[in-house]
Ligand binder design. Sequence first.
Ligand code: URA
Length: 263
Amino acid sequence: MTRKNTPPAGGTLKTLERVFSKAGVGSRTDARSWIGAGRVRINGKIVQNPDHWVNLERDRITLDGKPLGFATKTYLLLYKPKGYLTTWRDPEGRPTVYDLVPAGTWLSPVGRLDLDTSGLLLMTNDTAFAERIANPDHKVPKTYELKAATLLSDEQIEQLRRGVELSDGPTRPAEVRRLRDGARRTHLEIIVAEGRNRQVRRMIEAVGSRVMKLVRTAIGPVRIGDLPIGQWRELTALEIAALGGAGRAPTSSTSAGRRKRSP
Ligand code: URA
């Protein structure tokens, strides 16, 4: 039998485990472990139920005795290198994007990039912003450059533009531009607004070729520009606004850097 957890009336309510991710302090998994370990108090009392309802206006929450402050909204643009996962930890110990961004504020990737894909990855603690960009209904265009394993004909490119049949349904029309042809391989720019799993790779396979290299160069109007691979920078206030975010204007938009996460 499932336990009923009805929220009390009034105020802004969140379950205890969600308060931590909203505050930008940690993931819901982190929160569950802190709560389970008895490190979290509400109004002075230890609460070990992660589904406990919290009134954000009234309740005082502490972790190890320290009050939970709500983190300023933060928006980073990382140039993800190939070979890095977009997850927090990997059981096989492979590098993750968290090895490249500053530690301290809990940031989640906006959507995913495959292990073998490089390029623009946004990371933020603004969950509404992240959901908006990743949600295909909002049709935020994502631009990729790719190298195909073969030369692609005009007809193959036209098929990609019209939409191709994938195992999870047809793709919507895409913008596709031939960048150049080498002796044996075509380089394309492709703009899609869906973000399905391995979508671009599967689209190229659907027209009988294969992706050899895939780089995301832009999300909406935000471009990766000349940011070096493996580096990050804050989005500018204009970029945040253009993508529909509501965060503060960063104090500096040139604070690119590379920092190891704390253990
Ligand atoms: N499409 C893919 O196939 N892979 C990505 O990482 C992103 C888009």
